[in-house]
Design a protein around this ligand. Structure first.
Ligand SMILES: [Zn+2]
Length: 259
């Protein structure tokens, strides 16, 4: 993983909250994106806890750094609850975070990208914007349930995620959602979708966006970074054991990691 700041990130720093640090761990004590002391309940797997930005209502958006870094070790990221009413799916990244130390993979998890939506039990953020229509790739202005916001990257949650992704540059990004059922195969590396499909016992599918399919995080990611980003939809009522045990274990194995 190359953690040096690129020209693109230098531009984004002006809209995001990340300061000009040279590594994620260097966020600590560097201005507006502090590392906050982990609560006692967070266990040995957590290497670092980083506030990557703040929501409209100033709730922190927290990323957890798990695993280890080193030559040949891949960098992966999992993001969930971008839609605040998809609250069960955060159990997958939480289970990864809350276990024993992880080896063999450099893993970041963002369990809740939309903390205001989670608090209000709404798909959208506190501005009524669907964050997965707000990214500045194929952005089109829409209103209503899938509202895009007044302009591309208008929302602080979107900008925080963009800055963070440009800094970490994960090789694979999985964006977890509900309530559809399947692994989106429309990505740069469909083979990865098939692997995830087998690991999670979900079918591959062409995830329907509901209305206009532009301005999504995965579209933006693949337009700006060399890695692969896929959407995984985990159904309306996945079993707790599936989310807390089966899926985290299977993902860890898929990423080449272990506890
Ligand atoms: Zn969703």
């Amino acid at each position: 993983m190359n953690l040096r700041l690129g020209a693109a990130l230098t531009t984004l720093v002006t809209v995001g909250v990340l300061t000009a640090a040279t590594s994620p761990s260097a966020y600590a004590g560097r201005g507006a994106a502090p590392t906050v002391a982990a609560p006692a309940a967070v266990r040995a797997a957590v290497v670092d806890r980083v506030v990557i930005g703040y929501s409209v209502k100033h709730r922190p958006i927290v990323a957890y750094h798990l695993g280890e870094q080193g030559p040949g070790i891949p960098t992966m990221m999992i993001v969930s609850t971008m839609h605040g009413n998809e609250r069960q799916i955060q159990k997958i990244p939480e289970a990864l975070r809350d276990g024993r130390k992880i080896h063999g993979v450099d893993l970041w998890v963002v369990p809740v990208m939309n903390p205001d939506g989670l608090a209000a039990d709404t798909r959208q953020n506190a501005h009524g914007v669907d964050l997965n229509r707000n990214f500045p790739t194929h952005w089109v202005h829409t209103t209503g349930h899938y509202g895009s916001g007044p302009k591309a990257a208008s929302e602080p949650e979107t900008r925080a995620m963009m800055s963070f992704l440009l800094k970490v540059k994960p090789e694979r990004l999985i964006s977890f959602h509900q309530p559809l059922h399947g692994v989106d195969v429309d990505s740069r590396r469909p083979a990865f979708s098939h692997k995830v499909s087998r690991a999670l016992h979900l079918p591959v599918s062409h995830v329907k966006c509901g209305g206009v399919c532009g301005g999504t995080m995965t579209q933006w990611f693949e337009a700006h970074l060399p890695g692969t980003a896929i959407t995984v939809e985990y159904g309306a009522h996945p079993a707790s054991r599936t989310l807390r045990v089966q899926a985290p274990k299977a993902l860890l194995r898929l990423f080449g990691g272990h506890r």
